[in-house]
Design a protein around this ligand. Structure first.
Ligand code: ADP
Ligand code: ASP
Ligand code: MG
Length: 455
């Protein structure tokens, strides 16, 4: 068995879903379980609709709802062939349910995290059903499984975590045997609590679903199909001309994801690592491109740096002890405050009297600032970015930091860190300097490429 996960762009339209159908058909002998994201930008639109409704802009919300309904009917129905009347009935009744929900939100004027999840789940519920109809119309045996009946989570709505034991047991019982007989199609991103409330695993969470499902059915491989040829040496939204990285270790991939490579959700690799299941990233528009293979061991590479990751829009927080020197327990007090407000810190550097740290989530910064002010001076600076060089061999190669500094010498580097994992070397710079910094680092570290690892 294998898991094949298709992201939003891979199922964004009728044409895209036809491509997916052919890709899955070619892999049918490997007993695929297919996991799909919502079509295109559906999740963004659903959440925007929920916010409009809760803000009392009912007509705008219903306008968005109509757009979504039309999109799903227009792209979905032609795929269903002889079963199109059944699919139409399903899509229409689903949107009727959504419409009632939206009207309710507009009346109450309030949006709980639980309601957000109920609404956001619609995208994957619809896309997975449409894809299962498309597969059947194309002559495959396909069965739709509602992910909410197998992915059991805690109650942290919008960021739910799976209850692994229950989830794995349900996957073994319901999905693995079915996959022997038919292509199983499931929605990513969604699950439900023990008492049946719909939850989601956080934005971008379909990758995570794929990994959980892969681990639960003991898949031999987890494929993540997306809109790029694999992990590239730099984020294509920042610079063009990045090269495909043919293979990465789990540790490198986790580091890249954590430090901003959107192509994989940061938590994705964990279930795969635990079961030692390789993860392969592939392009649904160019299945022949080769992709990136992520496995426990890194293929030896002459290039110490495998990729440059980037986390933009981060905030630097500077905290200065109001005494001359940092008192004993100062750091503990600071981190206790961040912890209490469940705000995670990406990078930390300390000096004799001060601590600087970076955050990407500033939702609770005001409250944190108020508390810390009672024992220290605190200031914050927005619009920074964390640029990281990632690669297993960084730790074994002297001079990487020196080369990077040389390259960045004209820029104002605010913080530096060699991660505790020793797999990354990170720099905090002004966000506006990102394109220049990434381009310069890319020239320095990727002008010669080891063909064993790069394309
Ligand atoms: P999907 O909808 O398939 O889940 P995502 O948009 O979540 O796709 O992730 C794919 C995107 O990740 C790419 O289109 C690309 O812009 C972005 N990305 C960021 N960093 C990298 C990188 N280092 N290599 C490849 N893609 C990257
Ligand atoms: N559809 C969800 C999102 O947009 C999950 C995913 O695509 O991975 O966040
Ligand atoms: Mg994604």
């Amino acid at each position: 068995m294998i898991v094949m996960k298709f992201g939003g762009t891979s199922v964004e339209s009728e044409t895209a879903i036809r491509r997916v159908t052919e890709i899955v058909r070619a892999a049918e002998v490997r007993r695929p379980v297919v996991v799909v994201s919502a079509m295109g930008k559906t999740t963004n639109k659903l959440l925007a609709m929920a916010r409009e409704a809760a803000a009392g802009r009912r007509d705008q919300a219903l306008g968005l709802l109509d757009e979504l309904r039309l999109d799903h009917l227009r792209h979905g129905l032609p795929l269903a062939g002889a079963e199109s009347a059944d699919l139409e009935r399903f899509i229409r009744s689903h949107f009727e349910w959504l419409e009632e929900f939206v009207k309710g939100l507009a009346a109450v004027g309030e949006l709980s995290l639980r309601s957000m999840d109920a609404i956001a789940s619609a995208g994957e519920r619809l896309s997975s059903l449409i894809v299962s109809f498309a597969f059947r119309a194309a002559g495959m045996r396909a069965e739709h499984v509602d992910s909410r009946r197998v992915i059991v989570t805690d109650t942290r709505f919008t960021e739910a975590r799976p209850l692994f034991e229950r989830t794995y047991a349900a996957l073994k019982e319901r999905v693995a045997p079915l996959a022997q007989e038919a292509v199983v199609v499931m929605g990513g991103f969604i699950g439900s609590t023990l008492d049946g409330q719909t939850t989601t695993l956080g934005r971008g969470g379909s990758d995570y679903s794929a990994a959980i499902i892969g681990a639960g059915i003991d898949a031999e491989e987890i494929q993540i199909w997306t809109d790029v040829d694999g992990m590239l040496t730099a984020d294509p939204r920042i610079i063009a001309g990045g090269h495909r990285v043919k293979s990465l270790s789990f540790a490198e991939a986790a580091e890249m994801a954590y430090f901003g490579a959107k192509v994989l959700h940061p938590a994705t690799v964990l279930p795969a690592v635990e079961k030692n299941i390789p993860v392969v990233i592939l392009n649904s528009r160019r299945p022949e491109a080769g992709g990136t293979r992520i496995a426990s061991e890194a293929v030896p590479s002459k290039n110490p740096v495998k990729s440059i990751s980037c986390k933009r829009g981060i905030t630097i927080v500077n905290i200065r002890s109001t005494r001359m020197l940092m008192a004993h327990g100062f750091l503990r007090r600071i981190f206790e405050v961040f912890d209490r407000f469940t705000t995670s810190v990406d990078m930390v550097s300390t000096s004799e009297v001060s601590v600087s740290l970076t955050l990407d989530n500033t939702e609770n910064l005001r409250a944190i600032t108020d508390e810390i002010r009672s024992f220290a001076e605190i200031t914050a600076e927005n619009d920074h970015a964390l640029v990281c060089l990632v690669g297993e061999n960084i730790r074994h190669t002297p001079g990487i930091a020196g080369r990077a500094f040389q390259v960045l010498s004209k820029l104002n580097v605010r913080m530096i860190s060699q991660g505790a994992s020793l797999l990354n070397l990170g720099f905090v710079i002004a966000d506006r300097d990102v394109p220049e910094a990434v381009a310069a680092l890319h020239r320095e570290f990727f002008s010669e490429l080891d063909p064993a690892v790069f394309d």
